[in-house]
Design a protein around this ligand. Structure first.
Ligand SMILES: Nc1ncnc2c1ncn2[C@@H]1O[C@H](COP(=O)(O)OP(=O)(O)OP(=O)(O)O)[C@@H](O)[C@H]1O
Ligand SMILES: [Mg+2]
Length: 224
């Protein structure tokens, strides 16, 4: 029987090159340093099946998914991720931090590609149940700056994951607007951070928001 207190589910959202991956590592190490047990994960990915879907979805070579096909693939990866990784870790009392989650689906497949947010939320509910992030850190950035950062990183790491970077600026502005709307709709579970600041400033603002939320919600370090 599992007698541990529930952990927490944090997500980091934002457009291309906002700094999600970098900030996730920084936040995870600060939380670990403070005695929390932390699980770092990301979408699409997070499970072997999700990783295969990630390669199908993010590659640039001849991938022209219909919006609904893409939504269903993202959701399939999410179901695996939630059932196999996220829920068990939360039940073990861990702090799960995911680089992207359903907020990105609402922003990209929703605002970006035109599927109504309500349909995505409904599908999420059917596929995943009632799991929504306890706290979403939104790294907000002008897409023109973010895409520059992201393309530089993909080239440096020789990654073929640039399909969304290749979308129009208009697309990315809709994505940004959607993230901001989601945060405004649920202010108690979102922290919006200006990701154009220097990295050290972004990192400390994110840590402040996360520690404040954990403190306020009685999530004390569980390491013994
Ligand atoms: N605040 C910042 N100022 C300057 N550069 C930054 C900042 N945050 C991140 N970077 C750099 O920008 C690049 C993209 O960062 P990162 O990969 O963490 O972003 P991401 O949001 O995960 O991007 P993607 O959507 O492409 O996965 C990296 O090279 C990172 O070092
Ligand atoms: Mg990333």
């Amino acid at each position: 029987m599992n007698t541990r207190a529930r952990g927490a589910f944090l997500t980091i959202e934002g457009g291309e090159g906002a700094g999600k991956g970098t900030i996730l590592k920084d936040l995870a190490s600060r939380l670990t340093g403070a005695g929390y047990r932390v699980l770092e994960t990301r979408e699409p990915g997070g499970t072997p099946e999700g990783l295969e879907l990630r390669q199908l979805m993010l590659g640039t070579k001849g991938k022209v998914w219909d919006s609904w096909a893409e939504l269903l693939l993202m959701t399939a990866a999410r179901v695996q991720h939630v059932r196999r990784v996220i829920e068990p870790a939360i039940a073990r009392g861990e702090i799960v931090i995911s680089d992207r989650f359903v907020g990105s689906t609402i922003a990209y497949q929703g605002a970006g590609q035109g599927i109504p947010a309500a349909e995505i939320e409904d599908l999420h509910h059917k596929a995943v149940g009632d799991l929504w992030p306890d706290l979403t850190v939104l790294l907000d950035i002008d897409p023109r700056i973010g895409i520059q950062r992201s393309l530089a990183r993909l080239e440096q790491e020789n990654l073929d994951e640039g399909r969304f970077e290749a979308m129009s600026l208009d697309f990315h502005n809709r994505v940004r607007e959607s993230f901001l709307l989601q945060a405004a709709a649920k202010p108690g579970s979102h922290a919006v951070i200006n990701a154009e600041w220097p990295l050290a400033d972004v990192a400390s603002a994110v840590a402040d928001a996360a520690f404040a939320w954990l403190g306020k919600n009685g999530k004390t370090p569980t390491k013994t």
